[in-house]
Design a protein around this ligand. Structure first.
Ligand SMILES: *Cc1c(COP(=O)(O)O)cnc(C)c1O
Length: 484
């Protein structure tokens, strides 16, 4: 960032009587039927600005933000990749975006076809029998998937399965979703290479276990090679195997969870399938199931009739609704547009490029950053801080120094398996030049940490806010003008 950050408030730009609009004169008498006690006693205090000032204010403010449209965003465990703008445009097409959710199915055949086609495409990609697009997020998908698993056990009259096994390296939403689903969490340990310890898992598998949740590749970016063995152990114990497919990038077109023996899975469309995410934006966490579990998926469903028309139905054994209508339709639109525009040949490149990029960065930096788990990674990997531990420069310092160079910081201090975790995911959409520049900057920071550690420790030097009191900011965030 080469200029001063924009930090004006719209209230500071306000001048009494300024207007950014012109409305016809009010033809009505100012009669008000509200009782006196409901009427405001003082003016509302809205900012009064002309249109150019207003437009510049918001445009300038937006340049304080960092996003994939402004720079490289190597945030591990989150897949912040570039999403083609054409998918945005298609999702906003008036024929779809103006549909009323209560319109009759005869008037929404096109939208239902989008929905149905995406269900089928995701089933093919995941190796599953059926998908629902209803859940609104990854965590919501996990909850829905676990509810399907509960319904399956109940359907067999097996009421005693009240626990879920979750690896210690799992994303925080896994245990949280299990708790919300009313299940008890049992932790299984990782081995030094980051994969699930099968010897630790075996004795945990008894008839109280409803499911085992796995992420493959796991949160360290390591592929779990023991899945066939784990799947057999889990199924022999009468439990089901759940796949957290939030970040499906490395697997796209390379391997399918259904083929590995997973029974239920979710995908984050807002990580892998062309919806930008972060900051609480729109999401979608479709859930897929293997054959034999379809009847438990939530209502409503989109089906195709024999005559080729689409319909929305509710099934008696299903979970009921987990969301309003049919989920986040615009996100489904982007996903289908992405899948169809890439085609199967393009989709098959995604996983390979994401994996290549991650390994290239890892190998280019591992002499200067500590790599706790050697070997091939998938879409992401974790350093344990700088290799030279004598400088006193922490992962937090490195992350903040990256901001000075115009990069978003990687994920830091997660996963919790290492003290100085620095988790990098370049994604498949970055050019070799961008990746090389990032490597250069990471190397420069590592050298700087030795030669001039104070500069790194004092970073960032040119962001609007440099060193907030993290605890105070989390406990008492100032989010409104009046609080300042
Ligand atoms: C992001 C993520 C989730 C949660 O997805 P949300 O849409 O944020 O709820 C779950 N698991 C993994 C591995 C993730 O990366």
């Amino acid at each position: 960032m080469n200029r001063e950050p924009y930090s004006k408030l719209i209230f500071e730009l306000s001048r009494s009587g300024r207007r950014g609009y012109s409305l016809p004169a009010n033809k009505f008498k100012n009669e008000c039927y509200l009782p006196q006690y409901l009427k405001r006693e003082s003016p509302l205090g809205l900012p009064e600005v002309d249109e150019p000032t207003l437009v510049r204010h918001y445009n300038n403010m937006s340049t304080n933000n960092f996003g994939v449209d402004t720079g490289f965003y190597p945030l591990g465990s989150c897949t912040m990749k570039y999403n083609p703008k054409i998918n945005e445009e298609i999702s906003r097409h008036g024929g779809f975006s103006s549909l009323h959710p209560l319109a009759p199915v005869s008037a929404t055949q096109g939208a239902l076809k989008v929905y149905y086609t995406l269900q089928k495409a995701l089933s093919e990609i995941g190796g599953m029998a059926e998908f629902t697009l209803n859940p609104f997020a990854g965590a919501h998908g996990e909850l829905t998937g676990l509810m399907v698993i509960r319904a399956y056990h109940r359907g067999r009259g097996d009421e005693k399965r009240t626990k879920v096994i979750v690896p210690d390296s799992a994303h925080g939403t896994n245990p949280a979703s299990a708790a919300v689903a009313g299940l008890e969490i049992v932790e299984v340990k990782s081995r030094p290479d980051g994969t699930v310890d099968v010897d630790d898992l075996r004795p945990l598998l008894d008839d109280s276990i409803a499911a085992v949740m796995m992420t493959n590749p796991n949160t360290l970016g390591i592929f779990e090679k023991n899945i066939p063995e784990i799947a057999k152990l889990v199924h022999d114990a009468g439990a089901l195997l759940y796949y957290d497919g939030a970040n499906l990038n490395p697997m796209l077109g390379v391997a399918r969870p259904g083929d590995m023996g997973f029974d239920v899975m979710h995908i984050n469309l807002h990580k892998t399938f062309s919806t930008p995410h972060g900051g609480g934006g729109p999401g979608s966490g479709p859930v897929g199931v293997r054959a034999g579990l379809e009847q438990y998926l939530p209502n409503p469903r989109v089906v195709v009739r024999e005559n080729g028309t689409y319909d929305v139905v509710s099934e008696p054994d299903a979970l009921g609704r987990v969301s309003g209508w049919l989920g986040n339709f615009a996100v489904s639109m982007r996903a289908l547009s992405y899948i169809l525009s890439l085609g199967s040949a393009g989709l098959m490149q995604v996983g390979k490029l994401a994996t290549l990029n991650a390994n290239y960065i890892k190998e280019s930096l591992k002499d200067l950053y500590r790599l706790p788990i050697e070997g091939l990674c998938k879409h992401e990997f974790v350093f344990d801080g700088l290799a030279d531990k004598s400088t006193g420069v922490t992962t937090l310092n490195v992350a903040k120094r990256l901001l000075d160079h115009g990069y978003h910081a990687p994920t830091i201090y997660f996963p919790l398996l290492f003290h100085e975790s620095l988790m990098i995911e370049p994604t498949e959409t970055e050019s070799l030049e961008t990746i090389n520049e990032f490597i250069e900057v990471m190397r420069k920071i590592a050298r700087e940490a030795v030669e001039n550690p104070e500069v790194v420790k004092a970073a960032p030097h040119n962001t609007p806010i440099g060193h907030p009191d993290d605890t105070e900011a989390a406990l008492h965030p100032v989010t409104a003008f009046g609080q300042l």
